[in-house]
Design a protein. Sequence first.
Length: 272
Amino acid sequence: MTDDATTPLHHDPEAEVKMTIWEHLSELRKRVVHAAIGTVVAAAGCWAYRERLLEWLQKPYEHAWKARFPNTPLELQTLAPADAFVNYMQLSLVGGLVIAAPIIFYQLWAFISPGLYAREKKYIIPFVFFSSSLFMSGVMFAYYVAFPFTFNYFFSLLGKVGSSDTVLTSRPTMEFYMDFSTRMLLAFGFVFELPLFISFLAIAGIVTPQQLVKFSRWAIIGSFALGAVVTPGPEISSQFAVSGALIGLYFLSVGIAFLLGKKKKPEGDAPA
């Protein structure tokens, strides 16, 4: 007679119908297409407000410029007839990526969810919410914290060179400013996904909270090194702001790993 107690309560994803490599590629293509459609639609909306977006994006640069050169108006130059169009298009696409972040993260989860247990698939709403929130937090941190420190330091290097008659000036172009600022925004957005990435590793059992705690000293050193690179200059407060944010993200990841990490079963435990 078969004992019902031996029936597994959770189905192993490996026990489900396996997909071929072509089916995986087809599913990936479908998810990429859905994410691309969401991004394009959001980018089209951003194009309609492209001038407002540029006005918002250049505010930190403008404030730092006026503080350093109060009598010189700020100009963003274009060097080719199509530069304004190309740069506005770039700005719209980046804005579309930021706005469509929830759609992109949902498609990512939908792609990997077939390989998860049923109890892990229920995390879809928290995953989309926290991934989008962390990404937006990184973008806002770059805009309100990293940009002012960085621009103020860069402008402090301009002016007369020693006792000579040489003067360092800045003639920013729209292209170079757009490249620098959008890369910074996206980079901080992805860096702030660190807690989510570590959560996946903890759920999969690849890392344990104890390992993360032991590694924390190296994480702190790495955070200060990255903070010094991102915010160059003698002003120590900017480095502490960025490094402190990175350290806080790491220890938030440790806390999440304690909550979501796989519990180690005591040896000798037998199934009921």
